[in-house]
Design a protein around this ligand. Structure first.
Ligand code: UDP
Ligand code: GAL
Ligand code: MN
Length: 319
């Protein structure tokens, strides 16, 4: 009898201390009275591209959302968008254009907190940030291989979310730094788990995707499987979902390393495996990660975010 009571009391005490790490705002999609915007039409939409995946996740393209309406809805939620970027070695040269173009196009009017990981905090340029926008510079150790720099991001993101972001942000996007914004990237991109369709493979058959094809790697995807090929250069979602994603990819990268195997596209391969088994709740079209501002392709009506050309041999620490 006494023993039973003690157990119950213990459980209650324990429950008191279990607080959710991340709280997700659940404000609904509230619209302001009197807000005017174009009538949505059931029979009118993009007909040249798919704007929904087979598991009913929206695929965001120009023409699939109303910017005024969606901004008005999400501004009522008083959100903070954490945004991470890494610039080690010679990649510090990309920081200025990345941040300045983000000021012009990325979540304009929202609270955005950039976290910049670099091995050279002293060489971070001064960039004038708008109201409600801030930059935190975090020093990290330099690494000798670009592959290691790229892969290490998963662990750094996992720890950032775990140690710094609880209560500080609602959503997070994790982006490559050798990029620039050229068009709007806003609230239409928000979702629980968000993947970006890679700019080189949106029209390819799944067997041409550059998934990891060796069964020895945890990133392995056999021929005949796969949905889309996702870019490693941009992904995001809620803190909780991106924490699970980065933790899983970090664990799988470590297990692969212990087995002396490195997936063909490093963490991008593991991200693709993760998204195969954990479907994104929203997909961004290649408008959100394009090949370069001067490259065209039929379905791309606007380039929002794109690679900046680079001389690989010159910028990377190893060839
Ligand atoms: N990176 C870095 N320093 C390096 C190599 C890579 O900071 O020497 C970071 C940087 O954020 C970069 C990302 O890792 O955007 C991915 O590497 P990279 O852009 O070279 O890969 P790619 O997009 O060309 O496949
Ligand atoms: C390249 C890109 C790499 C990787 C690769 C996948 O265009 O630069 O980062 O995504 O495609 O095949
Ligand atoms: Mn890149």
């Amino acid at each position: 009898m006494y023993e039973f009571e003690a157990t119950v009391a213990k459980q209650i005490i324990k429950q008191d201390f279990i607080k959710p790490k991340w709280t997700q705002k659940n404000a609904g999609l509230r619209s302001s009275p009197g807000l005017l915007y174009k009538q949505p039409r059931v029979l009118i939409g993009r007909t040249d591209v798919a704007s929904v995946s087979p598991w009913s996740a929206a695929i965001i393209w120009e023409g699939t959302f109303d910017a005024t309406l969606i901004d008005s809805i999400y501004k009522q939620q008083n959100l903070t968008i954490a945004t991470t970027v890494f610039a080690l070695g010679k990649y510090t040269r990309f920081i200025k254009d990345f941040l300045e173009s983000a000021e012009q196009h990325y979540f304009v009017g929202f609270r955005v907190h950039f976290y910049l990981f670099t091995d050279q905090p002293e060489s971070v340029p001064e960039v004038k940030m708008g109201e409600n926008r801030s930059l935190t510079v975090l020093k990290v150790q330099s690494l000798n291989r670009w592959q290691d720099i790229s892969m290490k991001r998963m662990e750094k993101l996992e720890k950032l979310i775990e140690n710094e972001l609880a209560g500080e942000a609602d959503y997070i996007f994790c982006l490559d730094v050798d990029t620039m914004f050229y068009g709007r990237w806003g609230a239409e991109s928000l979702g629980r788990l968000v993947g970006v369709i890679h700019p080189w493979f949106f029209d390819a058959s799944r067997d041409q995707f550059t998934y990891e094809r060796r069964p020895e790697s945890l990133a392995y995807i056999p021929a005949g499987e796969g949905d889309y090929y996702y870019a490693g250069a941009a992904f995001g979602g809620t803190l909780e979902d991106v924490h699970t994603l980065t933790k899983t990819c970090r664990e799988h990268l470590n297990i692969d390393a212990a087995n002396s195997i490195e997936a063909v596209w490093q963490e991008e391969s593991h991200l693709n495996k993760y998204f195969l088994l954990n479907k994104p709740s929203k997909l961004l079209s290649p408008e959100y990660m394009w090949r370069g501002i001067n490259e065209g392709a039929t379905p791309i009506k606007i380039v929002r975010f794109a690679d900046v050309p680079k001389n690989y041999a010159e910028v990377r620490p190893n060839a």
